[in-house]
Unconditional design. Structure first.
Lengths: 323, 257
């Protein structure tokens, strides 16, 4: 057994789901691992610490400081390094999110440690543990091991299921005081552009549009469908290049790689670069008027037809189903 | 300004991936500049054109990386450096690359280093931040806009679709996200000029490193392809019938609703 630090993520005062997945990953590496969940922020964090314990952490450590309000590489590194000094963990787990991707290499560098990023699956356990991660945007996978030193990984959101919440669990929430100072980058403003609600990288359902959507307005019915499904909207490079939507929605070899439970490809032909970003989704639906479109080769279900008829009809049908 | 770009060659995005002998088959594959590194090269050229100075593209790779470096020079970069690890490094990882780059940059006066936010092959996104840490300079990842005024740098950073307005200062390392710019194609005169631009080739002992200094901390033990997806069911009938059937299949067969 060993001690694992899992670095949680807070957004708008709430823990992101990947924080709970981190705990599950640390336990999956070795069931007997002691999991210490770390929460950083500027507000009241104790209750978040308790929630992490209910999701399986053995202990929580919170670092509260006004300079941890927004994520910065300098601020969060100081806080995490202070906790590492105190806890001396054998392993560290972060989410492979915007924050995790920015922070983890810096911590690894400070520790002179290896780091296996973007893990989607943990195989075996204890000394025989191997980490599976996609390469070439999911066109292939590799299994990696840590040769020596700390077991340090980031996990892709949505791939390792969190443990069930147990409200009866309780544990210690410790405060660590760290003076967070000398930040070399400051965040002046955050402009929310991402679609309200569900984040693309964490979405269980994605409705993605391609060139076939034809315009910015053409995306409206896709947003309505995503809405009734509680999902997010994505796009192919073709749609982003044509200016129908923001690049941040792009899925593919350049852009995001996603693995939702349900991926609905609307007016997307299915170029190899796009398939790389989404073909590992659990269930794929393709809606396209061209029966020869490549997307049908990876789709579980296909509808050949006019997306502007099919998508609204689908929205209505799902609305009716959900009552 | 001393402007540096970290570049990696990658498989062309059109390439299908095949495995032979436990490794990715690269025989006959087309290689390109990692697409995110193209944004870095383009931005470096723009920064030089506005503020003066010199753009140097640095890669850790093999002999064949010269082709991508020449492309970068043809786009407009001034100099290139190839750190050829072919003979010295069997199985490197991000620790290896960061160490080599750290040694290279040790005696350089750097104003800004630009890199891609990830390479589309290994996609770890580690090398940029690791290098910045070793050089003790600030870094900002996934930038979509950069404006340099004296030592002050204003940046737009993409955070999963949101935009953070970040202020920082030089020297600095940034990693580039899609949307930052439209990389130019090399012009014919550019290609001609590139042939004569300086391309320095180094090996790790030129950097006072040996194999053991750059040993990887992680190891790949297996590479495999995902199971081939079979084409599914194309539904038939009128739109409303197809939609009804789809919803029913998603609910009862696929169990995703």
């Amino acid at each position: 057994m060993g001690k694992y630090l899992v670095i949680s993520e807070v957004r708008d005062g709430e823990l992101r789901n990947v924080s709970f997945e981190n705990i599950a990953a640390a336990k999956q590496i070795d069931e007997s691992n002691e999991v210490v969940a770390v929460v950083l922020g500027d507000g009241e964090l104790e209750s978040l610490g308790q929630e992490l314990i209910q999701y399986g952490a053995d202990k929580a450590v919170v670092v509260q400081h006004e300079n941890l309000k927004n994520y910065t590489s300098d601020g969060h590194t100081q806080a995490v390094m202070a906790v590492i000094d105190q806890e001396d963990p054998d392993g560290i787990v972060l989410g492979h999110t915007s924050e995790g991707k920015d922070l983890s290499p810096r911590i690894a560098s400070k520790l002179d440690s290896g780091l296996i990023s973007d893990v989607t699956q943990i195989e075996g356990s204890g000394d025989d543990v191997k980490f599976v991660r996609p390469i070439y945007s999911g066109k292939a996978f590799e299994k990696k091991v840590i040769k020596d030193g700390k077991t340090f990984i980031t996990i892709r959101p949505n791939n390792i299921a969190p443990l069930e919440k147990d409200e009866s669990r309780s544990g210690d929430v410790e405060r660590v005081d760290v003076d967070i100072k000398d930040l070399r980058t400051t965040i002046k403003e955050v402009i929310r552009k991402a679609s309200e609600g569900v984040d693309l990288s964490e979405a269980n359902v994605i409705v993605a549009g391609g060139r076939g959507v034809k315009s910015k307005e053409g995306f409206d019915p896709l947003y309505e469908l995503a809405d009734v499904l509680g999902g997010a909207v994505g796009a192919s490079r073709g749609a982003a290049d044509a200016g129908y939507c923001d690049y941040s929605l792009q899925i593919g070899q350049t852009g995001k790689v996603v693995t939702p439970d349900l991926y609905i490809a609307v007016g997307i032909s299915g170029a190899i670069q796009h398939l790389a970003g989404m073909s590992n989704s659990k269930v794929i639906v393709a809606i396209n008027k061209d029966p020869e479109a490549n997307i049908f080769n990876v789709a579980d279900y296909g509808i050949v037809g006019d997306l502007f008829e099919v998508v609204p009809a689908l929205t209505e049908e799902i609305k009716a189903l959900k009552g | 300004m001393n402007i540096y770009v970290l570049m990696k060659k990658t498989f062309d995005t059109e390439e299908k991936i095949q495995i032979s002998g436990g490794k990715i088959e690269d025989d006959g594959a087309e290689f390109i500049i990692n697409p995110y590194d193209e944004y870095a090269i383009e931005e470096a050229i723009k920064i030089r054109d506005e503020h003066g100075g010199e753009v140097t593209i640095v890669t850790v790779g093999d002999e064949d990386s010269e082709s991508q470096l020449r492309t970068g020079l043809a786009m407009g970069a001034d100099k290139a450096v190839l750190i050829n690890t072919e003979d010295d490094v069997e199985e490197g990882d991000q620790v290896t690359t960061a160490k080599i780059l750290e040694a290279y940059f040790e005696d350089k006066e750097v104003d800004i280093i630009l890199a891609g936010n990830v390479a589309i092959d290994e996609a770890s996104g580690q090398v940029g931040p690791r290098l910045a840490d070793k050089l003790d300079i600030p870094y900002v990842t996934t930038i979509t806009s950069i404006d340099i005024d004296g030592d002050t740098v204003k940046i737009d950073k993409d955070v999963e679709g949101d935009v953070e307005k970040v202020e920082t200062s030089l020297p600095l390392l940034v990693t580039c996200q899609q949307g930052l710019n439209e990389p130019r194609y090399p012009s014919l005169p550019g290609i001609m000029k590139a042939k004569k631009k300086p391309l320095e080739e180094l090996e790790i002992d030129d950097l006072d490193l040996d194999e053991d200094d750059v040993e990887a901390a992680t190891e790949t033990v297996e590479i495999f392809l995902p199971p081939e997806k079979e084409a599914g069911k194309v539904l038939e009938g009128e739109v409303d019938e197809q939609v009804k059937e789809l919803v029913s299949l998603l609910k009862s067969e696929a169990k995703v609703l």
